[in-house]
Design a protein around this ligand. Structure first.
Ligand code: FNR
Length: 388
């Protein structure tokens, strides 16, 4: 059962079971570069705070004398049945946190049958990931290159490697004002050194060689990193019409990540998109943006029966997951906590964090009177004016 897999029943956990202590623990153990990069939000981190406050403003009103065993956490997304409504969010350059990198996180996810989303900015190539972790469901996240040939090459590789769903991140067409990268005291964000972010893509390699008189990205990593960043964070936003370009190369479900308004959710439906992720990128892009749970209910009410609405940013407990589902999300994505687990104890740490959150969700459902995911209804929640 999920509880048996959870750390509650096992040996004393290596990773903390308290989300706040988990962060402190990661700070002590993680490489400085990784910690500096993951911990912060853009600007003054007001959106990171807003994400947490939004969860705190909703409280669960539990039920008693409502038998809830055995509980069933399974759900269906885009025609596939999953054991729980929990997925791993795309998080780039995982070699910065632990040598187990994406292979560790993906194995942890596969062990718990949680879909793993591979980032375009991963330190593991698409092919290496599926070779080392053939088991478990996988989604692919696209940072959309300006160059259509590179775009087509990345998407086609993901498709032929068996990735089920294409997640297109739309809030990061340029990197935001991120003090943790910009401040002189911080470890600077330099892509390329020791990473193979996208560098294995054959079209990218050919184009890089053409620009540099035959050099490989490995020979000139920082320059390759700059070229790569200029493609995937070009400083120019795409338009709704451009989505047609991606449809040429991807016939499976497409999910837009970074939608925060009812208007954009309606546009996604109008353009035939299958899913959206209500996301602030963990508060790392537009600082001052609204917390995700603050807009989830209106978005789900407007489009939830026409498109699969999912959410991330600030999910730290089983109660957070239940609240998101009660307010209309079909699934939630975990970000920082799992990467803290990875940083603390590699694959085992990532698995402990995910297993713990699944166990916590299972208990929270039990206390709330929900036997299945469908039983998690908005009636279970009450909005309060004293978050805490
Ligand atoms: C991210 N996120 C992200 N998103 C994406 O689409 N592609 C990526 O490569 C990354 N990389 C990345 C790195 C780090 C260090 C973080 C913290 C986040 C955003 C991620 O998918 C997700 O939206 C957030 O992590 C959710 O917020 P919390 O719950 O982690 O605070």
């Amino acid at each position: 059962s999920i509880l048996e897999k959870g750390i509650l029943m096992g040996a004393p956990p290596v990773v903390s079971t308290n989300p706040n202590s988990l962060e402190e623990q990661a700070k002590k153990i993680m490489p400085k570069k990784g910690w500096e990069y993951i911990k912060g939000g853009a600007g003054e981190s007001s959106t990171m705070d807003a994400n947490r406050l939004a969860f705190r403003q909703w409280k669960i009103v539990p039920r008693v004398l409502t038998p809830t065993t055995p509980r069933d956490l399974s759900t269906t997304l885009f025609g596939e049945r999953y054991d729980s409504p929990v997925l791993m969010a795309p998080v780039g350059v995982q070699s910065w946190y632990h040598p187990d990198k994406e292979i560790g996180t993906a194995t942890a996810c596969a062990n718990l049958r949680v879909p793993f989303t591979l980032s375009t900015a991963a330190s593991t190539s698409i092919e290496e990931l599926v070779e080392k972790v053939p088991q478990g469901p996988k989604w692919f996240q696209l940072y959309w290159p300006l160059d259509e040939e590179i775009t087509a090459s990345i998407i086609t590789r993901a498709k032929s490697c068996g990735f089920k769903v294409l997640v297109i991140t739309l809030d990061t067409w340029t990197l935001a004002w991120r003090p943790y990268d910009l401040d002189p005291a911080s470890v600077p964000f330099i892509v390329g050194e020791g990473d193979d972010i996208g560098f294995t893509d054959p079209v990218f390699r050919r184009k890089f060689a053409e620009r540099t008189d035959g050099e490989t990205p490995e020979e000139s990593a920082v320059q390759a990193g700059m070229y790569w960043c200029s493609e995937v964070f070009p400083g120019v936003s795409r338009s709704w019409e451009d989505l047609k370009i991606l449809r040429k190369y991807w016939d499976g479900p497409m999910v837009l990540k970074g939608v925060l308004s009812v208007e954009d959710a309606e546009m996604a439906v109008k353009h035939g998109i299958e899913g959206i992720i209500v996301s602030t990128h963990g508060g790392r892009q537009l600082d001052g943006a609204v917390g995700t749970l603050d807009v989830l209910p209106e978005i789900a009410d407007a489009v939830g029966d026409r498109i699969t609405v999912m959410i991330d940013s600030g999910i730290r407990t089983g109660a957070d997951i239940l609240k998101a589902i009660a307010l209309g999300a079909r699934a939630v994505f975990l970000g920082r906590p799992v990467v803290y687990g990875l940083g603390i104890d590699g694959e085992a740490g990532a698995e402990a964090v995910i297993a713990g959150l699944l166990a916590d969700l299972d208990l929270t459902m039990g206390f709330s009177g929900a036997k299945t995911i469908k039983d998690i209804k908005r009636l279970l929640l009450k909005k309060v004016s004293h978050p805490g």
